[in-house]
Write a protein that binds this ligand. Structure first.
Ligand SMILES: *Cc1c(COP(=O)(O)O)cnc(C)c1O
Length: 428
């Protein structure tokens, strides 16, 4: 029963558009009402009616240590006692910058902002300023926050120019965005042949997480590195999800690629609002006040948020962290695959480290088009039944499930058992 959730939702609808402060939370894609939460504990969420769930949303990625991790909570508490914001530099910002740099060799200088959206928006401004070019390539199904010029959908016919994906975005702002299929070498080659001299950069999620988890094809990221270098464009890795999730050096560390700029967010704030963009000194030195490219923020580098980020990263750099995360995530993947085999279901499981998606399709999912072959009606039923049995999954087929260090064998085994029950029920 979720009586209080229902009551809060009714009230919320009167005061907040759609009752939520970020659209996916409304659970429309799974034909449900949102669950209102009271608290989190490790791998668990507890809703306002007292129901308990194993959580695979983990605040959409930031909570890699699980909910209310002791070290993070302590750092937030002690930081807040000293004041909530100064609008002036603090030593914690220097520590966070140095720690991130020590993990990401491609980052020589870094600027902290308040969200992933701000990070990508600023990185694109910088790429355009540095190259003195206008066009940006992004990929269908990749999400880089709600930046006007990146909220595009594919145009019709041969046109690769993005058209606004939302009312309120003038076409003039998206005409410089080329929207190409992920993992498609030929289309990128074609775009550079045609517009090479005008392209400021490519922005890419090196492992896509916003159309469900999709891995880059072998050689894809290397290809992006080479072609951008050849044409004098910048390669921007949006590692807002993958940074500190795929490994201590993000996806760039895993694949051994050095991007020119990197966007970070989510995990580096430990559940508080922090984003960052960084890269080569030569490029970052253009950012104000060192250079002419304007970018600012009243609360940027906020001491409480930065302390939560620092506490999180300090846990993550301890030896064995990512091995543990990999082992537990592998167990979840194997378990789901065994269930699918037992029930003779042809669905796909894509996983990269502790991010995973179960796609309700027979097709191998390698890009947005193949992701869209998933049966979203089936996913909606699956999601609802999982919720009833105490498993909170991302309320959309096209999202990553996140495993945290708080998820143990017990939680994974329970999850697999429930997936078996639910899928069996659905396919009788
Ligand atoms: C979440 C996300 C963003 C946007 O971050 P916000 O903090 O929500 O603004 C940007 N890029 C990627 C890859 C993301 O997953």
């Amino acid at each position: 029963m979720r009586i209080r959730s229902k009551l809060f939702y009714e009230r919320a609808l009167n005061s907040i558009p759609g009752g939520v402060n970020s659209p996916v939370r409304a659970c429309k894609a799974v034909k449900s009402d949102p669950v209102f939460f009271e608290k989190g504990e490790g791998a668990y969420l507890i809703d306002v009616d007292g129901n308990r769930y194993i959580d695979y949303v983990c605040s959409w990625g930031p909570l890699i240590l699980g909910h209310a991790h002791q070290e993070v909570i302590a750092s937030v508490y002690f930081a807040s006692k000293k004041g909530t914001s100064f609008g002036a530099p603090t030593w914690q910002e220097v520590e966070l910058a140095e720690l991130i740099k020590s993990c990401f060799p491609s980052i020589e200088k870094i600027r902290l902002v308040n969200s992933g959206t701000e990070a990508t928006m600023s990185a694109i401004r910088l790429a355009r300023a540095y190259t003195k070019r206008k066009k940006i390539i992004k990929f269908e199904g990749c999400y880089h926050g709600h930046v006007d010029s990146l909220l595009v959908k594919a145009g019709s016919g041969l046109a690769t120019f993005g058209i606004p994906a939302s009312p309120g975005i003038p076409e003039e702002l998206t005409t410089h965005t080329l929207n190409l299929p992920f993992n498609n070498f030929e289309e990128i080659e074609k775009a550079f042949k045609e517009y090479g001299e005008e392209i400021a950069g490519i922005i890419v999620e090196p492992i896509a997480g916003n159309m469900g988890v999709i891995l880059p094809k072998k050689g894809f990221l290397e290809f992006l590195r080479e072609i951008t270098q050849k044409y004098g464009a910048l390669l921007i890795f949006d590692e807002v999800i993958t940074g500190f999730r795929i490994g201590i050096s993000g996806a760039q560390g895993k694949f051994g690629i050095t991007p020119d700029l990197t966007c970070l967010g989510k995990i580096i704030g430990g559940g508080l609002p922090v984003g960052a963009y960084g890269g080569k000194s030569e490029i970052m030195s253009l950012v104000a006040p060192e250079g002419p490219v304007y970018q600012a923020g009243t609360l940027s580098g906020n001491p409480i948020a930065v302390s939560a980020g620092l506490a999180t990263l300090k846990e993550l750099i301890k030896p064995g962290t990512y091995e543990k995360l990999e082992a537990i995530s592998q167990k979840l993947e194997n378990g789901i695959k065994e269930v699918l085999k037992k029930l003779k279901l042809p669905y796909q499981v894509n996983r990269a480290g502790s991010m995973l998606t179960l796609f309700f399709t027979e097709k191998e999912v390698i890009d947005f088009k193949t992701a869209l072959t998933s049966d979203t009606e089936k996913f909606a039923i699956f999601w609802q039944k999982m919720l009833e049995k105490g498993i909170y999954l991302p309320p959309s087929q096209f999202e990553a499930w996140f495993v945290s260090l708080a998820h143990g064998e017990k939680e994974i085994e329970k999850t697999i058992k429930i997936i078996y029950e639910v899928l069996k029920e659905m396919h009788q």
